[in-house]
Design a protein around this ligand. Structure first.
Ligand SMILES: [Zn+2]
Ligand SMILES: [Zn+2]
Length: 419
């Protein structure tokens, strides 16, 4: 029989890995809540039309990068490929525009892309992100950029810099795009597998090209800031002041456009200081037209998303000692059936006091039970043998210090600092 495997591009998160995930979850959640963000969870599956409305039919993302299928009732369903659109859908559906604005939300969820798997980019990966809906002020752009940067810093990843840019809005971006088209018509690199097509479909994405042959052409392309209308320019300039006020370093990168059409004005990415934009750790931007595009009331929004697997790769590179000390873990060892019965009672007592404890595996010698204790990294063994049964005591062995002590059964909880 062929061995069963997890689908390509998916991973098991094994117990040894969990400490990284718990650290991320704890750090991100507590930071977001400190800033007044509330958690939101949306379904893993959504109506496929949601993402078609977001990115348009012709875009790569819905065409070939999502898991979209017809369910048994004949409806087209898409596995959530990103966090923002479902939250906008939920905002509209639940009338969240009636809440005091802005609404600050954060999420932590698996997302699915039918993509070629590569390091830190999987077909199923996990994303953390925040969205601020209902206010277009640039102080919120600065807050969101700061949060992404601060979260990574709090995790100990400190060699990072936010790259920021403005791509204008519906009013001024068309001028910029037509300038870009003119520029690239004469200089597009024909040998690039993507750029000639992008020139027709979405010239902004040319700036995103990572092909070596294209980089030089891209470096002298027109600069979006020079084409901003009055309002966008004002928003951009106040963003730079807000970033300064909030105390986050940044670099202006006029090549930065992000892949999605719905971004307007602010776009940003967080990258390691010593490498190019190839290794974006987090990114986001403003999407003031998106909620209206999805059928809701005109509502501004800004957010970032962060691939957790990608962050954990960085975290592991740092080799930081992660505090994984669980609460005292106790192995209960016994010598026969009647001491095992007492052991079971003792275990219930410990569990009621939230002390992690397990009963030794059956049918093993005491020596083998104690070996098992060290293999599961127990801190103590509670031993119940004939003598302990007779005296109504237990023997506690400190497995780190190898000291041993017999105490009355009734004193067990106070020995471990409970009761
Ligand atoms: Zn190219
Ligand atoms: Zn504008």
């Amino acid at each position: 029989m062929k061995k069963l495997q997890a689908p390509r591009g998916t991973n098991d998160i094994l117990p040894d890995e969990q400490k990284y995930w718990r650290l991320f979850e704890k750090t991100s959640t507590s930071l977001a809540e400190t800033f007044g963000y509330s958690r939101i969870d949306t379904p893993v599956i959504e109506d496929a039309k949601l993402f078609v409305r977001v990115v348009g039919e012709s875009t790569d993302i819905v065409e070939k990068e999502t898991y979209t299928f017809k369910d048994r009732g004949g409806d087209f369903i898409t596995l959530r490929p990103e966090g923002t659109a479902p939250i906008c859908r939920a905002y509209i559906q639940n009338g969240m525009h009636n809440l005091p604005q802005p609404v600050r939300l954060y999420y932590y969820c698996p997302v699915f892309r039918y993509d070629r798997p590569q390091a830190g980019r999987y077909r199923e990966h996990h994303q953390f992100g925040v969205e601020v809906l209902g206010d277009s002020n640039s102080t919120l752009d600065a807050e969101v950029i700061y949060l992404a940067w601060k979260l990574l810093n709090d995790l100990g990843i400190s060699n990072l810099i936010p790259l920021v840019n403005s791509v204008g809005d519906k009013k001024c971006r068309p001028n910029y795009i037509s300038e870009l088209k003119d520029y690239f018509h004469s200089s597009v690199v024909d040998s690039c597998p993507n750029c000639p097509r992008r020139l027709e479909e979405n010239p902004l994405r040319l700036l995103d090209c990572k092909e070596k042959s294209c980089l030089e052409v891209i470096s002298s392309a027109p600069n979006s800031i020079e084409y901003l209308c009055g309002e966008c320019l004002e928003h951009w300039e106040s963003l730079l002041i807000d970033l300064k006020n909030i105390g986050v370093p940044y670099v202006i990168d006029n090549r930065l456009v992000r892949g999605l059409d719905y971004y307007i004005r602010t776009v940003f990415e967080i990258v390691p200081q010593d490498s190019g934009s190839q290794s974006t750790i987090s990114g986001g931007g403003r999407y003031d037209g998106l909620i209206a595009q999805l059928g809701g009331p005109p509502t501004p929004g800004i957010g970032f998303g962060m691939g957790i697997e990608r962050v954990l790769l960085e975290l592991k590179k740092l080799n930081h000692e992660i505090d994984d000390t669980k609460t005292t873990k106790i192995l209960i060892a016994y010598t026969d059936e009647s001491s095992k019965a007492v052991g079971t009672t003792v275990r219930s007592q410990l569990h009621r006091s939230k002390i992690t404890s397990v009963l030794a595996p059956s049918g093993r010698s005491l020596k083998s039970q104690l070996r098992y204790a060290s293999s599961i990294k127990a801190s103590h063994a509670v031993i119940i043998g004939e003598r302990e049964l007779e005296n109504v005591t237990v023997t506690i062995r400190d497995l780190k210090g190898s000291e041993q002590k017999e105490i009355p059964q009734g004193n067990l909880l106070s020995y471990f600092g409970k009761g």
